[in-house]
Design a protein around this ligand. Structure first.
Ligand SMILES: O=P(O)(O)OC[C@H]1O[C@H](O)[C@H](O)[C@@H](O)[C@@H]1O
Length: 531
């Protein structure tokens, strides 16, 4: 990787610091709305399937111009283009990052059209035949499962990226899910989770999907082995494991060694948290069918094209990623709350926690040098209107500023009179209240206002819009990670705990506390009589 200027060494960074001191620190969005009649138009835009209003944020044209200079001076475009050219940008794992190839399909493409990739180039041309062949095989399998009335329950066993994406999407697209089939997601090694699912299913009507990129993740392997044992015990003699288990993995040999003959693969250039577009999306494909899954890919692809081709000043992932940098590094905001005003998006905050914090929660740059500036904010949230009755108090009147991201759709999937208007009114009102505040009352009733928020609007929650929304988030995370000069595609921070768990587990049986710190030793003794 060529040496680039670190973001805090660029002239734009220094200029942003000065602009923050002179203007940003005291910038009042309400005053700017009064002086600038174009503010809404300037800070809102239509991207593929997602309209975004960023005008309630603490940003002015000068800050955005300087952020765009920062992007230029940090080599954002070169980095983006390196990713889309198949460059080895995941340098610590020596891998390319090419999940976008999995959705290299035009919206509403038929299976024939889909065989012709939209993004061209040597890397895409080489990879697409296998990508399309796997997609076709996986979608054919999904259609067969959909048509198989004997199979009523699909149990996905996977964790992290092998759970959060497909689960979030199956929940979000419930209105499009095939009737008569239930979808279960088992991720936790806590036996309560698998145990609860096993009480609801029968072996002959269940399909287990063992989803693991590596096929070595201990939680997933423990759950998969327990599920297999349960299946063999319950199904009795003649149990056909092969018909009731499939694997979604890059490690096909390990899956076969487990006894699974139906396997769908993908390549190591698909990161776990970027894998819902791959074979890991099989539960979703079963739920929404081939046409739905292709529409999801098409929506994501439309966002890829936007990210690749729109000028940076009108490039929504770029604007959002730069806003994140502005807030994190200049305003010092340490968290962002996501508030989907859509019941179907209730797993989105959990999904985004992994996407953003596992990608950008890094303290060294791509060369391993310690950073002197902050990276990933904490991302958290709950669906509206529930959050309003819980933690919005803090967002309106607390001592910290928490930018909020509202997400709403124009068309609901239900036809319950009055509900949708009330839901949307609440989302609009919350954003308005955060901005306006309330100064006609003092003390406890005073709302300071000028509290920032963004607002995303989509036509309805459907495969194509969900695909675009998730790709938007992926690229936004890429943008801020790229400015920070970190590797957004590794996750070494999850390793140490895994290793120590392997050391501790046998100690629970033996009681050996040798070499442990006093706290861990004391806690281990608390559990000792149980093992
Ligand atoms: O899909 P798997 O190989 O089982 O990995 C599952 C998850 O576990 C890892 O520890 C990482 O933190 C995640 O990025 C990954 O998605």
């Amino acid at each position: 990787m060529t040496q680039r200027l670190r973001c805090d060494e660029t002239p734009a960074w220094t200029a942003l610091q000065a602009h923050y001191e002179q203007v940003g620190r005291h910038f009042d969005v309400r005053a700017d709305f009064e002086h600038n009649p174009d503010r809404f138009a300037q800070f809102s835009q239509q991207a593929p399937h997602v309209f975004a209003d960023l005008s309630k944020n603490r940003i002015d044209a000068q800050a955005e111009a300087l952020l765009l200079q920062l992007a230029e001076q940090c080599g954002l475009v070169e980095h983006r283009d390196a990713m889309f050219a198949g460059g080895c940008i995941n340098s610590t794992e020596h891998r390319a990052v090419m999940h976008y190839l999995l959705r290299n399909q035009a919206v509403a493409a038929t299976s024939q059209e889909a065989a012709a990739p939209v993004l061209r180039g040597a890397v895409a041309d080489a990879a697409m035949p296998e990508v399309n062949a796997t997609l076709r095989a996986m979608l054919a399998f999904a259609e067969a499962v959909r048509a198989d009335e004997q199979i009523t329950d699909i149990v996905n066993i996977g964790i992290g990226g092998s759970d959060l994406g497909p689960q979030m999407a199956v929940v979000a697209l419930q209105a499009y899910a095939i009737p008569g089939k239930r979808f279960h997601f088992v991720s936790n090694v806590d036996g309560d989770e698998l145990g609860e699912v096993l009480t609801q299913i029968r072996p002959h009507s269940t399909l287990f999907l063992v989803a693991s990129k590596t096929f070595t993740t201990r939680e997933t392997m423990t759950n998969a082995h327990s599920a297999r044992q349960w299946f063999l015990d319950q199904a009795g003699p003649g149990a056909d494991l092969g018909r009731h288990f499939a694997a979604l993995t890059t490690n096909l040999e390990a899956a076969q060694a487990f006894g699974i003959r139906t396997t769908f693969g993908f390549r190591d250039w698909v990161g776990g948290r970027y894998s819902m577009w791959s074979a890991i999306g099989l539960p979703l494909a079963i739920a929404i069918g081939e046409a739905g899954f292709r529409a999801l890919l098409g929506g994501a692809h439309a966002m890829d094209q936007h990210f690749l081709t729109a000028p940076l000043a009108k490039n929504l992932p770029v604007r959002l990623g730069l806003l994140d940098v502005w807030y994190r590094n200049f305003h010092g905001f340490s968290s962002r709350s996501v508030a989907p005003y859509h019941h179907g998006l209730r797993r989105l905050p959990a999904y985004l926690q992994q996407l953003e914090m596992e990608s950008n929660g890094k303290r060294v740059d791509v060369h391993g040098r310690a950073l002197s500036y902050s990276t990933s904010p904490v991302v958290w949230g709950e669906p509206g209107t529930n959050g309003q009755h819980a933690f919005f108090q803090m967002i309106h009147q607390g001592t910290d500023i928490v930018p909020v991201e509202f997400i709403a759709v124009r068309e609901p999937a239900h036809d319950m009179p009055g509900h949708h208007a009330q839901l949307v009114a609440n989302a609009l009102a919350q954003a308005q209240a955060l901005l306006q505040g309330r100064s006609d009352a003092g003390g406890h009733r005073h709302f300071p206002g000028n509290r920032p928020s963004s607002f995303f609007v989509m036509e309805r929650m459907e495969p194509v819009t969900l695909g675009a929304l998730i790709a938007l988030y992926e690229h936004r995370v890429f943008v801020s990670g790229s400015i920070w000069g970190i590797n957004s595609f590794d996750q070494w921070g999850v390793e140490l705990g895994k290793q120590l768990a392997q050391d501790i587990q046998p100690r629970l049986a033996t009681g050996d506390v040798h070499g442990l710190d006093p706290s861990t030793a004391g806690l281990l003794r608390q559990f000792r009589p149980r093992f």
